[in-house]
Design a protein around this ligand. Structure first.
Ligand code: SF4
Length: 488
């Protein structure tokens, strides 16, 4: 058997952008560092796939340990199919015309073979259909007739009771009709992708919405390096057709009057800030922040919210937000204290959250946070912390950069707390990012090692403490900018 040219992931990459496929195969060193979010998604997919195998018990797992074992795995699949005592195969490998695929679950029943592809999402996307269509194309053409092919995905309405019920957690839907209609497309696309890989130079493909859809490409750093910063895309977004049309006309800067006049008042405000490209602060809009100290205690709160694909608390649904840890810095005048609580998977998080909040929020004041997920934050405070709304004011500090009440070119457009730390010159340990920490937290759950993993617990705590300190630092920074206090 010849070495394969394409796999499922490289095929999907090529379907998104042929240049991405070429660079991936021929110029991998140009790739951006894999983002923490993407890594977390890959890991999540793998965990769910293993769990879904329980829907089809008693199978043999032919998953190759490394790419060098791929061909062996294809041969082992062939042997397993011939063996009448084997009815379920996990990670069955097939190769046809230089394309290799591994199917999550292959099942033999009285009428023949059925294929199942597992996804960790709550719905079937167009990409998943393309992905299943490729599997079907390779498997059928390699000589095994499939009676049906289905996608197994997470039922968002599932609610965990005492025990995890695998058959209720997943939904299974046949996609045979949809993917049969895609077989011609698959054949043509394989040809195109193989042709591109014969080229001496990467194909001439300009940037476009395909750089972000359906997945953010990992060559953006390379292909977008000629785009000025800030650019028309910062104003209009990376999915906006007009932005790409203007880019094609060589108008990538954000400064064209003809564009600015068509923008919303909010976008025009940003355009004028970008044009001046200097620090600007609107202290009148920040009276709630400036006067907070005179209305009681100050609380700076950071919650690390976990959205596990597989719920682990009774009553919870897949992907429902649940705190993984919380840190609060509270201060009256010069004295301040920080308290942190990390929630274990085996404790009742709602009860533990309430106990922690009862202990901390015992004086009226202002509760600050810095989060893009304010609705989840407010939900937990109103439903589970039972914080009396009349005793407390809430203020999301991220609104300050998001609404351009404070603008600084160095803080734009990345308003994450990690970038805020950098901007304020706070110590930032690069490995500490919210998504990486949540990935480790979830992995520790799956391996049942969280309670013993002191390094992870310390890392989580350090991360949250640095977040609440950054919030307080930012608060003082704003007061100083508005001339009400010196900045420490
Ligand atoms: S950044 Fe865009 S143009 Fe470049 S390889 Fe990726 S998808 Fe293609």
């Amino acid at each position: 058997m010849e070495k394969h040219v394409l796999s499922k992931s490289t095929f999907i990459r090529g379907a998104q952008c042929l240049k991405s496929l070429y660079l991936h195969k021929k110029r991998p060193f140009l790739r951006d560092r894999l983002s923490a979010v993407q890594r977390a998604k890959f890991k999540r997919g793998a965990d769910v796939g293993v769990l879904a195998q329980q829907l089809f018990p008693g199978g043999i797992n032919l998953k190759p340990k490394s790419p060098s074992q791929y061909r062996k795995a294809v041969a082992a699949t062939d042997d397993a199919i011939k063996d009448r005592s084997i009815n379920v195969i996990y990670e069955a490998g097939f190769q046809y015309d230089g394309v290799i695929v591994f199917l999550d679950v292959l099942v033999r029943d009285d009428s023949g073979w059925r294929a199942y592809e597992v996804k960790s999402s709550k719905k079937i996307s167009e990409t998943y259909l393309t992905d299943a269509a490729l599997q079907y194309f390779v498997i059928n053409n390699s000589g095994l007739h499939l009676n049906d092919i289905s996608i197994v995905y997470i039922d968002e309405n599932y609610r965990l009771d005492e025990m995890l019920e695998i058959s209720a957690l997943f939904k299974t839907e046949s996609v045979l009709t949809e993917i049969c209609q895609k077989q011609n497309y698959i054949r043509q696309q394989i040809l195109k992708e193989k042709e591109v890989l014969q080229l001496k130079h990467s194909p001439r493909i300009d940037i476009g919405p395909h750089c972000y859809h359906p997945y953010p490409c990992d060559f953006i750093g390379h292909c977008w390096k000629h785009i000025p910063n800030p650019s028309i895309f910062d104003l209009l977004g990376t999915c906006n057709k007009l932005a790409y049309q203007l880019h094609a006309e060589g108008k990538t800067s954000y400064q064209y009057e003809e564009i600015i006049s068509t923008l919303s008042p909010e976008e025009q405000k940003l355009a004028s800030l970008l044009r001046v490209s200097a620090e600007k602060i609107d202290c009148d809009s920040m009276q709630k922040v400036i006067k907070a100290e005179s209305t009681g205690r100050l609380y700076f709160v950071q919650i690390l919210m976990n959205r596990p694909s597989i719920p682990h608390q009774k009553g919870y649904r897949p992907y429902q937000a649940i705190p993984a840890a919380i840190s609060v810095l509270f201060s009256d005048g010069g004295n301040s204290e920080i308290r942190t609580k990390i929630f274990r998977f085996d404790e009742n998080v709602e009860r533990a959250f309430l106990e922690f909040c009862n202990l901390i929020f015992n004086q009226p004041g202002t509760i600050f946070t810095y989060t893009e997920h304010i609705r989840e934050f407010m939900y937990w405070f109103s439903e589970h912390a039972k914080v009396d709304q009349e005793d407390f004011e809430f203020f999301n500090l991220i609104d300050i950069p998001n609404e351009y009440t404070y603008f600084h070119p160095e803080l734009f457009p990345d308003h994450t707390i990690d970038n805020l730390k950098k901007f304020l010159n706070r110590d930032l340990k690069p490995s500490h990012s919210e998504n990486l920490l949540l990935m480790d937290y979830n992995a520790a759950y799956f391996t049942d090692s969280f309670n013993k993993n002191e390094i992870l617990q310390t890392t989580l705590k350090d991360y949250l403490v640095s977040c609440v300190e950054t919030q307080r630092f930012f608060y003082n920074f704003i007061l100083a900018k508005c001339g009400t206090e010196s900045w420490d």
